[in-house]
Design a protein around this ligand. Structure first.
Ligand code: G6P
Ligand code: MN
Length: 435
């Protein structure tokens, strides 16, 4: 018998890629998929696309769409969560409001990430509450952003929840490095540490080559750069910046998102304050979906052919398969530190290699101390994120303000307050009341 899988945030644009991956995966038999979303229009669109894909492939999978958590989760085995509270319209504000004040405006980093965090925590805690009510034994595989904040929040609200928090960024970086320089990721044992979207590689042992390949890769990043062929310009720019960082900080391969914390000045200068990533996505993949829906409704089922299985989807299904078959495969996951990074505060939520089996994620201790440079900026980031989570639970304006002021993309408390107050107005329908 197959598994029952729910996608929370089913109306999102990544859904077809995830479902195609699910259906192609050899170790994860699925016979029912439920799309759960509070936006019935987007969910209807996604239902139509997925239904068409299933019919064309003649796959016998039950497909349900619903706005009712009882229908979505009762009897479910796995929940893949990709909520985006406030959708692209609010992402646009997260990006543009800080930028208007000459500070980083980004989906998960800087004050935009904190604004999104305050929205996301509210929606996500509600979701996990429903899961506890209707499917307490189901596993939640979460990639709802901003993930460090979400992970910290959920462990406070539901410490026993069966949840794995995962981000595809390290996989995407590794795939890119392999494609650029001719390595095979299946042979790699990477050691990476940090917070989500805020970390570094320590080493990448290659079992075929029998050596740590990170030093030679850093040299190639510095001299040749990575292969950005076929990428959207904004992602190409990001990966070029990742290479630039290795010139200034040559000891480690950084997570690309560190560009926002190490070079906020450049990121602001290079941004178009009137046209941000949210605009690119609304004009790009969201339009593609609307066009596909229109064509299918007009009688052209082939319009569903353009969607493909994605790396993003594969990662999450591989994790689910490792739980299901107790495989102990290794992934970078977002977990309570508890000694994994020995010299970082124990109550931080960190991203480190973990084995995944039927009991969930088992973090692998680094067994070395991280350098003070990394430790220092991580500690500040952890403290800021924790204060934001405090602000959410305590409904404290003061805590939110301190979190904003501590954010390392922010030069002074004046700008922190100005941006907080503007974001507060923009988010009045989404944030808890702060007083
Ligand atoms: C990566 C990150 C995600 C992030 C996404 C943004 O996949 O790991 O956390 O949401 O990039 O991509 P986008 O195409 O939406 O800008
Ligand atoms: Mn991510």
């Amino acid at each position: 018998m197959g598994l029952k899988v729910a996608i929370a945030g089913g109306g999102a644009s990544h859904t077809p890629g995830i479902i195609l991956t699910l259906l192609n995966h050899k170790e994860f038999p699925v016979d029912e998929i439920r799309l759960y979303d509070n936006d019935s229009v987007q969910n209807d669109d996604m239902y139509l696309i997925v239904k068409t894909i299933l019919a064309k492939k003649k796959l016998d999978v039950v497909l349900i769409k619903t706005e009712d958590p009882a229908v979505a989760f009762s009897g479910i085995d796995y929940i893949f969560s990709q909520l985006r509270v406030g959708k692209m319209q609010m992402r646009e504000k997260d990006e543009k409001i800080p930028l208007a004040h000459d500070v980083v405006g980004q989906e998960t980093c800087g004050l935009g990430g904190f604004a999104y965090g305050l929205r996301s925590m509210k929606g996500f805690v509600e979701l996990i509450g429903y899961v506890q009510q209707y499917a307490p034994n189901a596993w939640v595989l979460n990639y709802t952003n901003p993930e460090s904040i979400i992970a910290e929040c959920v462990r406070r609200a539901y410490p026993k929840a069966k949840i794995i928090n995962a981000c595809d960024m390290t996989i995407a970086i590794e795939e890119l490095l392999c494609k650029s320089f001719g390595y095979n990721r299946d042979n790699w044992v990477p050691v990476y540490y940090g917070l989500n979207h805020f970390g570094w590689y320590h080493s990448i042992y290659d079992i075929e080559l029998k050596r740590d390949v990170m030093p030679e890769i850093i040299q190639k990043m510095q001299t040749q750069g990575v292969n950005t062929e076929g990428m959207e310009p904004s992602w190409a720019h990001t990966y070029n910046n990742m290479c630039m960082i290795t010139k200034h900080f040559p000891n480690n391969i950084p997570n690309n998102y560190l560009q926002y914390y190490l070079y906020p000045n450049r990121m602001v200068a290079e941004s178009d304050k009137n046209y941000t990533r949210a605009n690119e996505i609304m004009d790009g993949r969201l339009k593609t979906i609307k066009e596909a829906v229109r064509a299918i409704k007009a009688g052209d089922p082939d319009a569903a052919d353009g969607f493909a299985s994605t790396e993003h989807g594969k990662y999450i299904v591989d994790i689910a398969a490792s739980i299901l078959h107790n495989k102990n495969d290794r992934f970078m996951l977002i977990v309570p530190n508890k000694g994994a990074i020995p010299n970082l505060r124990q109550d931080a939520v960190v991203e480190v290699p973990c084995h995944v089996n039927a009991t969930g994620a088992e973090p692998i201790s680094l067994r070395f101390d991280i350098p003070d440079f990394h430790k220092g900026i991580m500690e500040a980031q952890v403290a800021a994120e924790k204060m934001l989570v405090d602000a959410f639970f305590e409904q404290s304006y003061q805590k939110a303000f301190e979190a904003f002021a501590l954010n390392q993309t922010i030069p002074n408390a004046d700008v922190a307050k100005t941006v907080l107050d503007e974001l507060l107005v923009a988010n009045k329908d989404f944030w808890v009341n702060l007083h």
